[in-house]
Design a protein around this ligand. Structure first.
Ligand code: FES
Length: 132
């Protein structure tokens, strides 16, 4: 059902945990299955210098979260914002069709973390509240 790369990322998730000094935090849940992911990013010179994630999810979601962190680490904010579920599926060599939706969690939570970082940056640079 799952290929070796997916099983490896499921059994040995990369960048699992919390970043206490995160510059951005993104969360996303899937109401259909109850799976949930939280992503922490550290940004240095507009690049993702560190990333961690926590997850309560299925094996595919865990593998996708791990893959997402590998894809995002070191990328510029603009490049990381472009990472989508298709990139995660390609990185992992594909998922069974019925599990393909599990790649949405990691990509979506990363984008939410980037948005959180950008809002905080604007608030700090302009010293006022941003309403979106
Ligand atoms: Fe919910 Fe995989 S079954 S993300």
């Amino acid at each position: 059902m799952y290929n070796e790369k997916i099983l490896d990322h499921f059994m040995n998730p990369r960048n699992l945990g919390v970043l206490e000094d995160a510059d951005g935090i993104g969360v996303l849940g899937d109401p259909a299955c109850g799976d949930y992911i939280k992503v922490y990013i550290k940004v240095t010179d507009e690049h993702i210098s560190d990333i961690r994630f926590q997850i309560a999810g299925c094996p595919a979601a865990i593998a996708c979260g791990s893959a997402m962190t590998e894809l995002a680490k070191g990328k510029s904010i603009d490049e990381a914002a472009e990472i989508c579920d298709a990139d995660i599926l390609e990185y992992l060599g594909g998922l069974p069709e019925e599990k393909a939706h599990c790649s949405n969690l990691g990509a979506g939570a990363l984008q939410n973390a980037i948005v959180d970082y950008m809002i905080k940056s604007l608030q700090q640079s302009h010293n006022h509240v941003v309403v979106i």
